[in-house]
Design a protein around this ligand. Structure first.
Ligand SMILES: Nc1ncnc2c1ncn2[C@@H]1O[C@H](COP(=O)(O)OP(=O)(O)OP(=O)(O)O)[C@@H](O)[C@H]1O
Length: 374
């Protein structure tokens, strides 16, 4: 698939912008702070309904404006779709598909798929386990938008269960039969929804690990990257059978009930799991060099791209400010890896950062204006 047209109104620094795009590589070049990342962030936002830079929507709306609109004309299997999102900070977004309103914006998810790699992704390797859990869950949602529902069901159950545990811990006395019975109900909800989430992640990591290893070796020959999913049950091996997983979680909850009541939080479940990234024998986090961490993060995104591509259609690959961080060898190898993708959007501060082998369209970005120069 590819984006054939991007239209922005009051998005970030753009009062308005209309940009026609071709398949293949498009490079956006301009000095710092001119609006290159803003453009590719808009493409990522219309695909995922989230930004890779901010957790809330307010910064996405141009200073002084009340709302922003992002429109993307998407070509997929020679069919066209026009996606439109109106971003209303503090309120629900509004969405249109082919100019007709859709009741829920999430109905647009999955029509445009993007994989975006940006400097912020270093946090995938260096950050807390929550960053890697989010990486897995976002990728699962990109592959199957209904997964967003699985994740929000789990979050809801966890929140309610934690509230109950917190109030039990606050009272510092033996919980009554009624509270224990309520907790039993939340245990089975958590085990059931947690099993769905856990099974999906386990399957994902099995599919992703060889792709990450391959991408890492391609970027940094000689390096061996590996993934391991560590579960909160401390079980060395888990099946992906939802029923067996639910039973295992239920047992785990029963085992840790005493400490959960004392501490007032849920100690068992996929919200406590970790995706361990290893380089050779060592964990990447805390051991890998800056360059190795950067390559690992990039390998995770390239693997995500391969996985989505294997589902049937090339996602749009976005490389935001990536090349400046890589040495010449890794730049050249990255350019070789991404060149076959149906559409690659690249941003760079100077043309020299972009390998010459990445030919295609080029745009100048300066003072909020975008001009095609090649
Ligand atoms: N909501 C907003 N309203 C107005 N301007 C904004 C808004 N959000 C960001 N900007 C401006 O957009 C500019 C940043 O644009 P962007 O991040 O796209 O830069 P860039 O061209 O990618 O730069 P770099 O090469 O430094 O990464 C900044 O000048 C910032 O002040």
């Amino acid at each position: 698939m590819h984006v054939a047209h991007l239209s922005l109104a009051d998005f970030r620094s753009y009062a308005s912008a209309e940009i026609a795009l071709d398949p293949g590589v498009s490079t956006f070049v301009g000095p710092n702070g001119q609006g290159k990342t803003n453009l590719v962030e808009a493409v990522g936002y219309v695909a995922t309904h989230g930004s890779h830079r901010v957790a809330t929507d307010a910064p996405l709306v141009r200073q002084g404006a009340a709302r922003a609109v992002v429109r993307a004309g998407v070509v997929r299997d020679e069919r066209r779709a026009l996606l439109e999102l109106e971003i209303n900070p503090g309120r629900a977004n509004r969405a249109r598909l082919n100019r007709s309103p859709v009741p829920k914006p999430r109905e647009l998810l999955g029509i445009l798929r993007t994989v975006l790699f940006a400097p912020e992704d270093l946090i995938l390797v260096k950050g807390d386990p929550g960053e890697r859990r989010r990486f897995m869950d976002e990728l699962l949602t990109a592959r199957a938008p209904r997964f967003a529902g699985v994740r929000s069901d789990y979050d809801r159950v966890l929140k309610q269960r934690n509230a109950l545990l917190k109030s039990a811990a606050a009272h510092r006395r033996k919980p009554g039969a009624e509270m224990l019975a309520t907790l039993d109900v939340w245990d089975s909800h958590l085990a059931r929804t947690g099993a769905e989430l856990l099974a999906a992640r386990l399957e994902l990591v099995t599919a992703l690990a060889p792709l990450v290893a391959k991408a890492y070796t391609a970027l940094a020959p000689g390096g061996v990257a590996d993934l391991e999913y560590r579960n909160s049950l401390d079980a060395p091996e888990l099946s992906t059978d939802r029923g067996l997983l639910a039973a295992a979680l239920q047992e785990g909850l029963a085992r840790s009930r005493k400490s959960e009541l004392e501490r007032g939080v849920s100690l068992v479940g996929p919200h406590r799991d970790e995706l361990l990234l290893r380089l050779g024998e060592l964990p990447a986090r805390g051991y890998a060099s800056h360059g190795e961490s950067w390559s690992f993060a990039l390998a995770l995104r390239l693997a995500a791209f391969e996985l989505l591509r294997a589902d049937g259609d090339d996602p749009v690959l976005i490389l935001d400010d990536v090349f400046a961080e890589l040495d010449t060898g890794r730049r050249t190898r990255l350019a070789e890896l991404v060149a076959p993708a149906e559409q690659v959007l690249v941003t760079a501060a100077v043309p020299a950062d972009v390998p010459e082998t990445l030919t295609g369209a080029a745009y100048d970005v300066a003072e909020g204006e975008v001009h095609r120069v090649r």
